[in-house]
Write a protein that binds this ligand. Structure first.
Ligand code: DCP
Ligand code: MG
Length: 445
């Protein structure tokens, strides 16, 4: 960590050098102290306190750090059974390689790439190191995934002897020096724009979005920038002739809500840069799960699925009680001969809904019901966050929305009349002979 030298910023036009952190007066293009061109300057630089940090090409960066021979080579992390790209370094991205692309396509685009299978244990370890460095800055760290988090840096100026912007730049510099990977940082006044900012200039980015420019900046951006507007909802908006956030800004709240329900309310506020969500610090829990060991080993989906449903509901109830949501659904199975199988799937947004946990678990379970007998089944979610980011409504997948609404209704009945007041088709009278219909493909990143 850098030493906490008190910094007094008394001129609002003072920028600073992102390499040596020296304050810069005037419009100099290079740092007066170290000559670096990486000068941060912004009229609101010393007022903003909400940060989002995201590691650059995370898995690939860790592999490059550990094998310097890869430094200038295109590197793809992925492969294995699913045969898709987990991530690609920025050199490989120039050739068009992207996360989630089938590996054969990635290699068509970049045949000279070095492909490395993922080493999750190592990435989790490095992710924890980065997080520990964040937590040294503020207790208000809300991790969103293995390589990104929100940080609320308000009230930390006295502790660090410098304003949040400098703390953030110092953090980026320290991660490079101490961990050997790079990060991009966004600084703003709300979560939405802090995240947008960190994504804006990658890698090694440091972007600032101030209050004064928010509405004008957003007006020029596509609607897909708004959290919760995925491909499906963007298509709905497109049918209504809306492609840019500026067009949303011209519609009043009542009209947006009439057209798009609760999502309309979100569109109204976010399109104007209004986002009241607070940073929920990391809780102790790393995951929330439930499992059960069977009296006799089970193999058939008809036996396993109702158990999965009941466990999903248990997990969901715990999440709802503790105000949490999880982004990765984890299925756990133990075979007759005590071999553990865990399978997981990452969702586009965190969830706390029993139905989404169940549908995702079902998707994972289907691949494992090959006649193997199991003695234990468990389901859970990890990558926990506060529930305010959970389950954005997707207006196009009407089925999912209806199920979410039904779940809300079931929850309130259960609150009034107890857990067994409402049983779903899956848990009622366990031991159905027929299988539930194929679940819709759950959304993924
Ligand atoms: N990841 C994955 N499959 C995806 C997306 C991501 O396995 N479809 C993994 C690999 C990434 C890590 O999660 O390294 C972090 O995800 P990011 O979306 O932050 O992507 P990167 O850090 O790789 O790149 P960027 O520089 O765009 O943040
Ligand atoms: Mg990243």
């Amino acid at each position: 960590m850098f030493a906490a030298i008190p910094v007094t910023v008394n001129a609002p036009d003072h920028g600073f050098c992102r390499d040596c952190l020296a304050l810069q007066s005037g419009e100099t293009r290079r740092c007066g102290q170290c000559g670096s061109p990486r000068i941060a300057r912004h009229p609101e630089l010393y007022r903003l306190q909400l940060a989002h940090i995201d590691c650059d090409a995370f898995y690939a960066a860790v592999e490059k750090r550990d094998n310097p021979a890869l430094k200038d080579k295109p590197v793809i992390i992925g492969g294995g059974k699913r045969g898709v790209v987990s991530t690609a370094c920025y050199i490989a991205r120039i050739k068009g390689v992207r996360s989630a692309m089938p590996m054969f396509k990635a290699l068509e685009a970049c045949p000279e790439a070095v492909v490395i299978p993922p080493d999750m244990e190592k990435y989790v370890r490095v992710g924890r190191e980065v997080r520990a460095m964040m937590q040294a800055l503020t207790p208000l760290v809300e991790p969103l995934s293995i390589d990104e988090a929100f940080l609320d840096l308000s009230g930390t100026e006295r502790l660090h002897g410098r304003p949040p912007a400098l703390v953030l730049a110092g953090f980026a510099r320290d991660v490079e020096r101490e961990i050997g990977i790079t990060v991009s940082a966004g600084l703003s006044y709300c979560k939405f724009l802090a995240k947008v900012a960190s994504d804006f200039r990658k890698p090694r980015g440091f972007s600032v979005i101030g209050e004064a420019e928010a509405v004008g900046f957003l007006a020029e951006q596509p609607v897909t920038l708004i959290w919760g507007v995925g491909k499906a909802f963007a298509a709905t908006l497109e049918r209504d002739g809306i492609r840019m956030i500026g067009q949303l800004q011209r519609l009043d709240r009542a009209e947006l809500m009439r057209r798009y329900g609760s999502m309309g309310d979100r569109l109204y506020h976010l399109s104007r840069g209004q986002d009241e969500r607070v940073v929920h610090p990391d809780r102790d829990a790393k995951s929330v799960s439930a499992e059960t060991t069977f009296d006799t080993d089970l193999a058939s989906p008809a036996d396993l699925v109702p158990v999965l449903r009941a466990l999903s509901e248990k997990v969901s109830a715990r999440l709802k009680k503790s105000g949490l949501a999880g982004r990765t659904v984890v299925l756990k199975l133990k075979t007759q001969d005590f071999k553990l199988r865990t399978r997981n799937r990452q969702l586009g947004d965190p969830t706390r809904l029993a139905d989404r946990i169940f549908q995702t678990g079902l998707h994972l379970l289907r691949k494992e019901t090959d006649g193997t007998k199991y003695r234990l089944l468990g389901i859970g979610v990890s990558d926990l966050t506060g529930s305010d980011r959970a389950d954005p409504p997707d207006l196009v997948d009407a089925g999912a929305r209806k199920r979410a609404l039904a779940e809300g209704a079931i929850d309130s009945l259960r609150e009034k009349f107890g857990r067994t007041a409402v049983e779903t088709g899956y848990t009622f009278g366990r031991g159905r002979k027929t299988l539930p219909p194929d679940p819709p493909e759950p959304d993924e990143d």
